[in-house]
Design a protein around this ligand. Sequence first.
Ligand SMILES: NC(=O)c1ccc[n+]([C@@H]2O[C@H](COP(=O)([O-])OP(=O)(O)OC[C@H]3O[C@@H](n4cnc5c(N)ncnc54)[C@H](OP(=O)(O)O)[C@@H]3O)[C@@H](O)[C@H]2O)c1
Length: 228
Amino acid sequence: MARIVRVSAERAPPRERRNAMRIGIIGAGKIGTALAKQFTRVGYDVAVSNSRGPETLAGLVEELGDRARAMTAEEAAEYGEVVVISIPYGRYREVPAAPLRDKVVIDTCNYYPERDGHDPELDNDDTTSSEKIRAHTGANLVKAFNAIYWENLRDRNRPKGAPDRLAIPLSGSDEDARAVVAALIRDIGFDPVEAGNLGQGGRKHQPGTEVYGAEIPAERMSEIFRAS
Ligand SMILES: NC(=O)c1ccc[n+]([C@@H]2O[C@H](COP(=O)([O-])OP(=O)(O)OC[C@H]3O[C@@H](n4cnc5c(N)ncnc54)[C@H](OP(=O)(O)O)[C@@H]3O)[C@@H](O)[C@H]2O)c1
């Protein structure tokens, strides 16, 4: 059975330091935009990027306010102390790898063969989409925000302790990177629940799992992971 760890607040850097942190976002679609809104709302500095170029993101940046700027994907990857990859999985080889090496990188991507094209390794479950993105980038990858519907991520933040605060599952093979991402999840008004390492843990919150898209609190999500 996988080890389930709830990250203690003490392990994460202090809030003031984290809030000075820069976050680069590669992919400014539904999830990338929802994250940019949440991160800027709580005081992080964010760079958004897409495949068409920063000039196409002027409206979004204006909406996001002073803490946001638009860049190329390469520049956003360099800008971020933490970087989010939120693009259709099938395009992951286009992500600039060099600036992401060893960085804490959040992977929100899901594999949908009808959208992304078939990947035999994933169809056979020889590996996972996140492990392939880790291999491409060399990043310290954490899978998170992949299992929450974008409108919930945009709108359903709640204060700590609220009975309807939603759980967000995460997985990754490095404890410190998981702690950084868990702290970000808490800061924007959700409860992180650890599923394990990137491989076996990540499989617990892929499309088709019980927690995928589920609007449930942390205790219930932890129970599901313990039973799986
Ligand atoms: N929608 C959801 O509720 C949801 C929930 C959880 C996870 N996810 C997963 O998260 C990922 C993003 O989903 P989404 O719904 O936000 O997608 P989306 O709305 O279709 O947006 C995709 C974004 O990725 C950008 N993009 C594509 N290729 C790129 C590249 N090579 N470099 C930089 N940016 C690139 C697109 O930019 P251009 O328009 O300029 O090409 C667009 O901004 C997907 O893997 C999805 O399966 C989605």
